[in-house]
Design a protein around this ligand. Structure first.
Ligand code: FAD
Ligand code: SIN
Length: 541
């Protein structure tokens, strides 16, 4: 029997309360004070990847030594030939204005004795251009944005509200395929975790800001919420996804067996002089790249992977013993305390580190105004693929990208406001169908499949790939997909089941993208295809 499904209406629906979602919500709320903005988030509003960002946000602030040209060039080099140059220029040139806005919202960035911003440096950057708040930059930015949102009357945040699917013509009984023109988003079905009921939210405009998918891997710096939900939802709705093979592994996550997510040791530590060493104590990066420890992430992560495989170890070391202790503690108080809590005094001992899945460069394909291939659906932040990162993201460009595209989505909406708000939706969204479903009896089926998925992705689709490994991964994912779809059809939905389902889809997209790309480029390294091809294109999935 179908239960009546509650329905809510909103002008703007924002899915996600990280930097992308909150920046957008504030902009539309201030510009359209009589419109209703609803932000939904699947756990607590501050539990986001954003909160864990450490190193900072890149931007051309020091106009004496730095320039837009240099930041553009660094981004293009890191992206290994696949960045969209026009998008890179947009982000770099519009970035400083967005940084000023978040400062106006109250975000505090560290300053030096002269009162100028204390700019840091990370891998792939030719200049000092990273603004930071100690080693907890994301926490500070999230705090400032949430505070501003709380002070804004027409924004309503609903926590513990899990989006299951976006509603399109498919739910109205029409056949929707990838070639359907004008696939349109009318809102979403959510599982309200406060009532445990499925509800419908109808919206004029929906912004997807659901973040990344690091949880597809066993070792990841991403919190539990990063399960690729938005990417999987858009794929199910037949929207465009691209470049999923480019999963960025951060070179230096703290090696702590059994602890998940992995604690990050920010690249800024290497920016301040930290040196990677192998088991024998050798500084090995000079063997791999002339930029040594500050080469782009794909190169450093592969070098570490190689050293670990060669030595048969599960980690290498980051040596900070030569750095002035007071300066270290002042810049990285959180890292210093974390290391101390597990018995490592960074002034005396090396820090054990290993690469961990960190960032998804691909995602929902968007244009220069954050529009997806689905009408009325915008996407920005980590779930989107804007063309900025290409085959490998330059450090600290992610927070910047999220703010730039939140703004551009907003501008596009302002331009089209009369059309958007005069439009009358005369659709009737059907209730959620629970017919034939029962309460899940064995959670172990979900938790075990979750572990299997992470194992498959880590063992076969990690830093170094081969054709055979990818084929194996696909076979195993097929089986997991079949089993999970069967479970989804027969049991009541739960966040755990939805997340598993979304991660399997995301895993499939990563493998499919990796299989299409018969070359090694940026973060995608396949020993069966070690060279770059002449044809440079995105993998549209
Ligand atoms: P997030 O901040 O991840 O927010 C996602 C939101 O979506 C959450 O509110 C979540 O609840 C919600 N959501 C997801 N699925 C659903 C669903 N089904 N239903 C309802 N809500 C849902 N980048 C930098 O530029 N500089 C850095 O220094 C930096 N350091 C980092 C350090 C760490 C440890 C990590 C993990 C990442 C770091 N990054 C950094 C990357 C950067 O933090 C992220 O890419 C960025 O914060 C993503 O922001 P977002 O708004 O897109 O998503
Ligand atoms: C870090 O602080 O090393 C992470 C920066 C990033 O992911 O951009």
């Amino acid at each position: 029997m179908n239960n009546k499904t509650n329905q809510m209406q909103t002008d703007f629906l924002v899915i996600g309360s990280g930097i992308a979602g909150l920046t957008f919500a504030l902009k539309v709320a201030n510009h359209f004070p009589d419109k209703k903005i609803t932000v939904i988030t699947k756990t607590n509003s501050d539990e986001t990847n954003t909160k864990y960002a450490q190193g900072g946000i890149a931007g051309v602030i020091d106009e004496t030594n730095d320039s837009f040209e240099k930041h553009i060039e660094d981004t293009l080099i890191a992206g290994d030939g696949l960045c969209n140059k026009e998008i890179v220029e947009i982000v770099v040139k519009e970035g400083p204005a967005r940084i000023k806005e978040i400062i106006n919202y109250g975000a505090r960035f560290d300053k030096n004795e002269k009162g100028d911003f204390a700019l840091g440096k990370e891998g792939g950057h030719s200049e000092f251009r990273i603004l930071h708040h100690k080693d907890v930059t994301g926490k500070e930015m999230e705090r400032a944005l949430l505070q501003a949102v709380t002070n804004t009357k027409n924004i309503n945040i609903i926590n513990h509200c899990f989006v299951v699917d976006i509603i399109t013509q498919h739910h109205l009984g029409y056949l929707v395929t990838k070639s359907t023109v004008d696939i349109t988003c009318y809102g979403v079905y959510v599982l309200n975790l406060n009532t445990n009921l499925i509800e419908k939210i109808e919206s004029k405009i929906t912004l997807l800001a659901t973040g990344g998918c690091g949880q597809a891997y066993r070792a990841t710096t991403n919190p539990k919420i990063a399960t690729g939900d938005g990417i999987a939802m858009v794929y199910r709705a037949k929207g465009r996804i691209e470049n999923m093979e480019f999963i960025q592994f951060h070179p230096t996550a703290l090696y702590e067996p059994g602890i998940s997510p992995s604690f990050l040791i920010t690249e800024a530590v290497r920016g301040d002089g930290g040196i990677l060493r192998n088991k024998k104590g050798e500084a090995f990066m000079e063997k791999y790249d002339s930029r040594k420890d500050l080469a782009p992430r794909d190169i450093v992560a592969r070098a570490i992977d190689n050293e670990m495989k060669f030595e048969g170890t599960e980690h290498v070391f980051l040596d900070c013993t030569h750095l002035p202790k007071e300066k270290f503690v002042n810049h990285f108080p959180n890292i210093y305390q974390k290391c101390l809590s597990i018995g490592i005094d960074v002034a005396k001992s090396y820090i054990p580190v290993a690469p961990a899945a960190h960032y998804s460069c691909g995602g929902v394909k968007t244009n220069a105004f954050a529009q997806t291939s689905i009408k009325n659906l915008y996407a920005c932040g980590e779930c989107a693929s804007t063309g900025l990162h290409g085959a490998n993201r330059l450090a600290s460009n992610s927070l910047l990208e999220a703010m730039v595209f939140a703004h551009r989505a907003f501008e596009n909406i302002v331009e089209n406001a009369s059309e958007i708000f005069e439009r009358k939706n005369i659709i009737i969204i059907p209730d959620w169908n629970t017919k034939g479903t029962i309460e899940p009896r064995e959670m172990i089926l979900i938790t075990q499949s979750f572990k299997e998925l992470q194992q498959i992705m880590s063992d076969y689709v990690g830093i170094v790939r081969t054709d055979v490994r990818l084929a194996r991964a696909m076979k195993r994912l097929d089986l997991l997909f079949e089993e999970t779809e069967q479970l989804y059809r027969s049991t009541k939905v739960s966040p755990q089941l939805c997340e598993l389902r979304n991660l399997i889809t995301t895993g499939y997209l990563i493998v499919k993208g990796a299989d299409f790309r018969k070359e090694s480029r940026g973060l995608h390294y396949n020993t069966d295809h070690p060279c770059k091809s002449d044809i440079i294109q995105n993998t549209i999935l």
